[in-house]
Design a protein around this ligand. Sequence first.
Ligand code: SAH
Length: 244
Amino acid sequence: MQSKNSNIRFLIIMAMHDEAKPLINAMKLNEQGRINPNYTIEHYSGQTSGHTIDLIVNGRCSVYNVDQIGTQVSTLCAHLGIEKFNPNIVINAGTAGGFNSDNATIGDVYLSYPAINYHDRRINIPDFKEYGIGQYPAYNCSTITKALGLRTGIVTTGNSLDYTEQDMAMIKSYNGVVKDMEAAAIAWVAQQHSIPFLAIKSKTDIVDGEHPTEREFLQNLHIASENLARQAVKVIDWLTKEGI
Ligand code: SAH
């Protein structure tokens, strides 16, 4: 437990530049360049009420010229960020798919609780099955969500924007309601370092809705990222006042 008002070091990890821009602006963070010359991961930093914010974005792939998304880069990003900034809490902020079956709407912001799982690591051998799913623990945010009126749910991670029937069966089996491509990878790294992990995810698309995910994602990325920034600032503010 971090005592109230002492310097909390927040590490915020984000996949895409367009997702991160509103939060970087809202928190008045300064660009610090790459954290390692071999990787595209970019660092922004600042202070809030005497607490330290380090935000890292995966950066753009130099081969395909797109944002680096997914679990591969996220594992590395989390490792490098934790080693460099020694945070008290790791936050993965980003966008995600929601579900009609959960009454989700575009722009809704969810906090990860009680766990973050993988839905595309199928290993049908005793014990490996559970290992594949992961079930990484999430920071207990129940008081924050009550105070801020946010929803909680199981975040479910895979390396595809779409899903297979098997992915969906897996997601339903543990009632995953926030579908993304990064959170479980970062949660695993945080767990190895015994650092609390929290995901804050804003819905860009409805996975079980009628529109193609990629179109919905692009249409709603801006509004979802604006909502994400607004709520992430409130969550961080709450944590600085109440402690971790
Ligand atoms: N087509 C986009 C690529 C973004 S992929 C583009 O051209 O810019 C989706 C990103 O948003 C990932 O980082 C993922 O974490 C998140 N995301 C949003 N909706 C998702 C969904 N339905 N399933 C999985 N990830 C989703």
